[in-house]
Write a protein that binds this ligand. Structure first.
Ligand SMILES: Nc1ncnc2c1ncn2[C@@H]1O[C@H](COP(=O)(O)OP(=O)(O)O)[C@@H](O)[C@H]1O
Ligand SMILES: Cc1ncsc1CCOP(=O)(O)O
Ligand SMILES: [Mg+2]
Length: 259
């Protein structure tokens, strides 16, 4: 079971994080038993990728000067067969699109985790949303993440009211409508960090994505029940739930269907 494997192996997850939510990402990775490390320095990238078991690239606060560093991180991980996870925050904005276009010709992403508006960009489809947020009222079209997977060759994790995990052939749905989680900035970034933890311990990236989304759905449900209508209280309680999580709870509480 992948949660046990993370606790036993304590993989090191190397992050190019955004400066808004990196504390949540680091804490979440640590709570489930893995080891986070953030960097912004190109000179240390080779030695850090060497000791990492997964690389998570989050473009939330990208800067042009960082592109060579991010390319190096991704390429070194690709060469070493270590998983590269992309969180394409607001990728449909033109500068961000250009950054990702230049990154993707150099680096193969194994997993892309984003909201529906972000994933639509990879499917060359028109996404609905603004800035970091997708329009959560829009109806779910699972052919869009499936097409994104086919076009990119990555496992796609599209999050929202329902999470969709697909490699373009196999598709899983995790039902997870949680208004308290939706309003907490950084929930998506945290999930991308957790995806890195599971991808570090299996080569089955669909399974890694499914496990991470089940984990987040379960911890989110338990945490929301505890804080009721107080979204500002959610994050610390969510961290406690991640720390206490078991596979049995994840199977009992998260709602998983085949797509
Ligand atoms: N109604 C909802 N809308 C958006 N995300 C939700 C909702 N309910 C639960 N979530 C969860 O919140 C987390 C963040 O997802 P999302 O908001 O789509 O990403 P991002 O923060 O990158 O935009 C995911 O684990 C997702 O499943
Ligand atoms: C608000 C904001 N601005 C740049 S990155 C960021 C955080 C995005 O977090 P998430 O994608 O998890 O909502
Ligand atoms: Mg996001």
């Amino acid at each position: 079971m992948l949660l046990e494997a993370v606790k036993q192996q304590k993989p090191l997850i190397l992050n190019y994080a955004n400066t808004v939510t990196q504390q949540h990402v680091a804490d979440g990775i640590s709570m489930i038993g893995a080891s986070p490390l953030m960097t912004q320095e190109v000179l240390e990238v080779p030695e850090l990728v060497e000791i990492a078991q997964a690389v998570v690239i989050n473009i939330g606060t990208l800067q042009e000067k960082d592109l060579p560093m991010v390319i190096l991180m991704g390429q070194m991980a690709n060469r070493a067969g270590k998983p590269v996870i992309l969180d394409p925050v607001a990728v449909a904005m033109p500068y961000r699109s250009s950054f990702i276009q230049r990154l993707r010709v150099a680096v193969k992403f194994d997993i892309i985790r984003g909201n529906a508006a972000e994933i639509a960009w990879f499917a060359e489809s028109k996404g609905q949303g603004q800035g970091i947020d997708a329009d959560t009222q829009a109806s779910l079209q699972i052919n869009i993440p499936q097409r994104a997977a086919q076009l990119t060759g990555a496992v796609i994790i599209q999050t929202g009211v329902v999470d969709v995990i697909t490699d373009g052939e196999k598709t899983w749905l995790v039902e997870n409508d949680n208004p308290l989680l939706a309003v907490n900035v950084g929930a998506g970034d945290l999930l991308s960090g957790l995806v890195g933890c599971f991808a570090a311990v299996t080569q089955d990236y669909v399974q890694a994505g499914l496990t991470a989304t089940m984990l987040m759905a379960t911890a989110g449900t338990l945490a929301s029940d505890q804080v009721e209508h107080q979204p500002g209280q959610l994050m610390p309680v969510l961290m406690d739930q991640l720390y206490k999580m078991t596979w049995t709870k994840m199977q009992q509480i998260s709602e998983v269907k085949q797509g």
